[in-house]
Ligand binder design. Structure first.
Ligand SMILES: *Cc1c(COP(=O)(O)O)cnc(C)c1O
Length: 433
């Protein structure tokens, strides 16, 4: 399968190149030439398959031409060795818990899949590759842990100083080995700009092989389609698979884009809701047809503090730029910190289910937006203990920290302070190699 760029100046790129490069030379995002529909028989029997079996079928339709079957199967099975339960929260609303992986957030899936696919390609060439990743919190931990100890790959995690939670921070600053954490004196958007500039810098690219692990990478965002299929399969088992509405707490829009790909492959999802915090650039687009990026503002759902969601380009491309078609499949909403806190608290008090601030946006959107006969699933994108201080303040009760998280907090923080200018970042990388 070949890939083309959303900016239209690059096409015919192999999967191997797309995964190693991350971003196309024209600064666009890679899209597969074809999105194949899965046969009806697959959907008829989907509820009889294991998560791994089902995911392998989905992976095969995207990557089967470019990765040997045995290797692809191993990559899928290694990636998904944890459960993704669907939990009933209230009448007709279900939570798809994506936080049972190593760092307790959904990005584990894409990060693990990508690390293994990248290793599959580069280990055949013998060249070391450097992964640059900007994070507003959860990407960094998922990528760092997904890549930890993978040979031939060094990871640089760029994160905004003081803007990620202490628990998030320790998950990528305490690892050592092939993981370096860079503490940038700026915002997430500054971090993302540094990474984007690095990919465009000729001198830097001549010196070292650079790639990205942000959700712009096809190997990171596409595997996220797996769990939409699994959500559907579990609802089918419950006899609730008609009129499924999936709500995705969204920041860079990689997660929801993977769901839209799933729908394009034939997955019977009626419609999507993109839940935003106050960074509601997408909602503004839905309402006006104009996409107007603006600097991000800090919220308690900080993994969604994105002022220029990179995967918007993919959404637009998927629908041939049609605002009308996009609005037919996706609606939006935006909640401020008070509304997020209020929903988190109310859900806990009324149902006993503890949300994290991102999931709370998703839950609230379904409470407000479901119509009669619809079944809603929101993606619970992180474990509430990852936002312990925030959540405890809201519910007034202590939140137990799972053993997996506690282990990280025992480690020692090692990070490199970094100015937000590209010159500083570039000279650091040049000197480090
Ligand atoms: C990354 C993240 C999101 C947003 O996902 P996108 O793919 O960037 O839209 C939502 N919630 C949590 C907890 C995250 O880590």
């Amino acid at each position: 399968m070949n890939y083309y760029s959303t900016n239209g100046k690059v096409s015919g790129v192999s999967l191997r190149q797309a995964v190693i490069k991350g971003l196309a030379d024209d600064k666009g995002l890679f899209m597969p030439d074809v999105i194949k529909r899965l046969p009806q028989a697959f959907f008829d029997t989907i509820d009889t398959l294991s998560f791994q079996e089902m995911a392998y079928t989905v992976a095969d339709t995207f990557f089967g031409e470019d990765v040997e079957a045995d290797a692809l199967k191993r990559i899928v099975y290694e990636t998904l060795n944890f459960d993704v339960p669907l939990v009933k929260v209230s009448n007709s609303i279900y939570s798809l818990e994506l936080f049972h992986g190593p760092t307790l957030a959904f990005k584990d899936v894409g990060a693990r899949f990508m690390s293994r696919l990248l290793a599959y390609f580069v280990n055949r060439e013998g060249d070391d590759v450097n992964v640059l990743v900007a994070t507003s919190g959860d990407t960094g931990s998922a990528v760092a842990n997904g890549f930890l100890g993978v040979e031939g790959v060094h990871v640089y995690v760029l994160y905004p100083k003081g803007l990620v939670s202490p628990i998030q921070e320790c998950q990528f600053t305490t690892l050592g080995q092939n993981i370096t954490a860079l503490e940038v004196d700026g915002t997430f958007d500054d971090c993302q700009a540094l990474v984007k500039n690095a990919f465009m810098d000729k001198q830097l690219n001549a010196k070292m092989k650079l790639t990205s692990a942000n959700s712009i990478n096809v190997a990171r965002f596409l595997p996220q389609a797996f769990y939409y299929f699994y959500a559907y399969a579990q609802l089918k088992k419950l006899g609730k698979a008609d009129n499924v509405v999936v709500c995705v707490p969204s920041g860079n829009f990689g997660n929801i884009t993977a769901g839209l790909f799933g729908k394009r492959m034939g997955l019977p999802i009626k419609r999507f809701i993109a839940a935003n915090n106050r960074n509601d650039i997408f909602l503004h687009y839905l309402r006006t047809g104009n996409y107007v990026p603006r600097p991000s503002v800090a919220t308690i759902a900080n993994a969604m503090d994105v002022g220029d969601p990179s995967n918007f380009a993919r959404v637009l491309d998927l629908y041939n730029g049609s605002h009308e078609a996009i609005c037919a499949d996706i609606s939006g909403c935006s909640y401020d910190d008070n509304q997020i806190a209020e929903s988190l608290k109310r859900c806990f008090e009324e149902t006993g289910y503890l949300l994290d601030p991102h999931g709370a946006c998703g839950y609230r959107a379904l409470c407000e937006g479901l119509t009669a006969g619809e079944t809603g699933v929101f993606l619970e994108t992180a474990h509430p203990a990852k936002f312990k201080e925030t959540v405890e303040k809201i519910i007034g009760t202590e939140v137990a920290v799972p053993a997996k998280l506690q282990a990280f907090m025992q480690g020692e923080k090692q990070s490199v302070p970094m100015a937000k200018t590209f010159e500083a970042f570039k000279s650091y990388l040049m000197a480090d190699k």
